[in-house]
Design a protein around this ligand. Structure first.
Ligand code: NDP
Length: 252
């Protein structure tokens, strides 16, 4: 690949599958040390082994980002193995659509905690490293994976859309706080991407409709989104692609 991330230390949440896993693999191939965060230890171990076999440096860090203590423990583990990280990608997320009238508190709580509060915990934990890199004159990146769902509306996706709109707003607001310190904040908004995301939908009718959407399009591959993330973080440090929407060409 054509990206140079030598001497960078990355933390990628959601690295067990999909966009997070593809991003970790690409970053490692570009020379970054990568810390892989998600809950499924077996998936992280498998990806770490694959990266190491290809000559990269990876650390599997099983952690649930809805658990503040787990995030703090993961931060300590990453920092003791690699030193402070200068490249954070918040890719972990869940999408649990259901009609609002069903009133699924369990799903609302999981989406808000995973998609919004989780990234906040990660940002709080790793911000000192980002600031240190930036003040030493090195690149420092915070990338949040939001969604086109922050703008495009679909019935039954209201709460997911609300969490993603919140992430988009969070990214824009944090730029005003961190950009002046040269910590670059990038918000990525993908359209339909072929991952495990829709596998957690527990409503058969909605799952069927989402399946048809995937069938109708050639969806993006996780690698397509990873490529964009790698592109944004390998620009010169004064260049900030602050918000990038990437869609499958036929997606309206
Ligand atoms: P996947 O389901 O493949 O990946 C989600 C990742 O998040 C998994 O690695 C999962 O691992 C991890 N995760 C979920 N919950 C937690 C948790 N509590 N703590 C730590 N990690 C967690 O889907 P995608 O790759 O598609 O999703 C990545 C991001 O992209 C999400 O934020 C999603 O909203 C966004 N997105 C996806 C689109 C798509 O069409 N696929 C479109 C637009 C945005 P584990 O279960 O092991 O914890």
């Amino acid at each position: 690949n054509s990206y140079d991330l030598q001497n960078r230390t990355a933390v990628i949440t959601g690295a067990a599958s999909g966009i997070g896993a593809a991003t970790a693999e690409l970053f490692a191939a570009a020379g970054a040390r990568v810390a892989l965060l998600a809950r499924r230890r077996d998936r992280l171990d498998e990806l770490a082994a694959k990266i190491q076999a290809a000559g990269g440096t990876a650390l599997a860090v099983p952690a649930d980002i809805t658990d503040a203590a787990a995030v703090n423990a993961a931060t300590a583990q990453v920092t003791s193995a690699f030193g402070p990280a200068d490249l954070i990608v918040n890719a972990a997320g869940v999408m649990l659509p259901n009609p609002i009238a069903d009133g699924r508190d369990d799903e609302w709580a999981r989406m808000i905690d995973t998609n919004l509060t989780g990234p906040l915990r990660i940002i709080r934990a790793f911000l000192p490293g980002l600031r240190a890199a930036a003040s030493a004159g090195r690149a420092a990146d915070l990338v949040n994976v939001s969604s086109i769902a922050a703008h495009a509306m679909f019935p039954t996706f209201a709460v997911y859309a609300a969490t993603k709109a919140a992430v988009t707003q969070l990214s824009a607001a944090l730029r005003t706080e961190l950009g002046s310190e040269m910590v670059r904040v990038t918000n990525i908004e993908p359209g339909l991407t072929d991952t495990e995301l829709s596998g957690h939908i527990d409503n058969a009718e909605i799952a069927g409709r989402v399946g048809e959407m995937y069938q109708a399009l050639p969806a993006l591959r996780s690698e397509d989104v990873a490529d964009l993330v790698a592109y944004t973080v390998s620009r010169p440090r004064h260049v900030n692609l602050r918000q990038v929407i990437v869609l499958p060409t036929p997606q309206a």
